[in-house]
Design a protein around this ligand. Sequence first.
Ligand code: PLP
Length: 448
Amino acid sequence: MTTNQHWMQRDLDSLWHPCTQMKDHEWLPVIPIRHGKGLWLEDFEGQRYLDAVSSWWVNIFGHANETINARLKAQLDSLEHVILSGFTHAPVIELSERLGRIAPAGLGHCFYADNGSSATEVAMKMSFHYWQNKGQPDKQTFVSLQNGYHGETLGALSVSHVGLYRDTYKPLLLEVEAIPSPDCYGLPEDQWEAHSRAMFEHMEAKLARNHDNIAAVIIEPLVQCAGGMRMYHPIYLRLLREACDRYNVHVIFDEIAVGFGRTGTLFACEQADVSPDYLCLSKALTGGYLPLSVVMTTDDIYKAFYDDYATMKAFLHSHSYTGNPLACAAALATLDIFERDDVIERNKALSAHMRLRSRELLDHPHVGDVRQHGMIVAIEMVRDKETLEPFPFEERRGLKVYQHALSRGALLRPLGNVIYWMPPYIIEKHDIDFLAEVTREGLEIATA
Ligand SMILES: *Cc1c(COP(=O)(O)O)cnc(C)c1O
């Protein structure tokens, strides 16, 4: 067996990693993983890491899950891929039927792509095109929230407002107004509703002023994940749905990160009891196995494109791997597990334990906020606990937590100064206790 060092060197000689300043790897090792099973990743020297970030928020039922593996192996022997224009296959049909049954009401049409950013692009193009088809060609712009994130291709980046990813490319982007976020950072939970409600005034004002030119509003329901796991109250989704109905504007819910049980309900928008016009799903859709995304939409929208070919109303968007059968099979196995194991119910005890163990960290002199929606917990480090003054980003304190966690056998990868737990749902209470311990030690080291 060759060592970590061997693979690291070959890696650095040939790869360029995502979301990485490659120069960091002069002193920060890239970790080659040989094996994954359940919660645990194992490197080439036998060191194990608890995957507390679900391998970038995708893996919900563990690595090498037996149910998903079995389904994938069977699919591999019958059909690996086929063009989805003019042709179809059983896994994609079954998946569409099942998604239609479990999704919020009214979303009976599934349009597939192969990653989250592409789903955002599809929803944006569909909304824009819908208004063209409906004879309202002035409705061309999009509205999104400050600190929101919807992916990194140019259209998706245009509606994202996290400076780190966006600012450099601004001249290339569509002009999109960012509305102040309903983010409840630093507030006790009993004030979230009032705050999120008050922040809606900004959205209401924007819609009142510009609705004739707005195609759609796009937001991440309940948690702005890439923006540092900032959270808000479901009332905002209800107010948004009502206002968009009044002003004749589409609503796009980007549940790419929060869908499939992350916030405690199967879909986050269930907590507001509202449906969007477009629901974007990806990440956990395949249990973290294969890239796949879907935009689910309504009869009304579907019908606006349904006409004789020569009217040029069709939605001609496509990706080569659209609706890939292997990815659909992994998604079907994932839905099987949700049904078989009563996952949403079981997660309640886990999230209660995550609450218990994370609240304890609030007493730390450099923890400004501990927040939670279901299976996502965020712990925000600050320089000043009273004013919530942040640590300067250059100090890279989150990285110190990351390094400490690795040395203790956990993959905790903070977003700036925000440490978060977003584990696979197969985690157990004693694993959560371990994460709490590692987090407290990491906090001590990073804020010393
Ligand atoms: C990750 C993410 C995306 C982008 O998905 P990719 O598959 O990485 O392109 C879009 N929206 C949200 C909310 C996400 O968290």
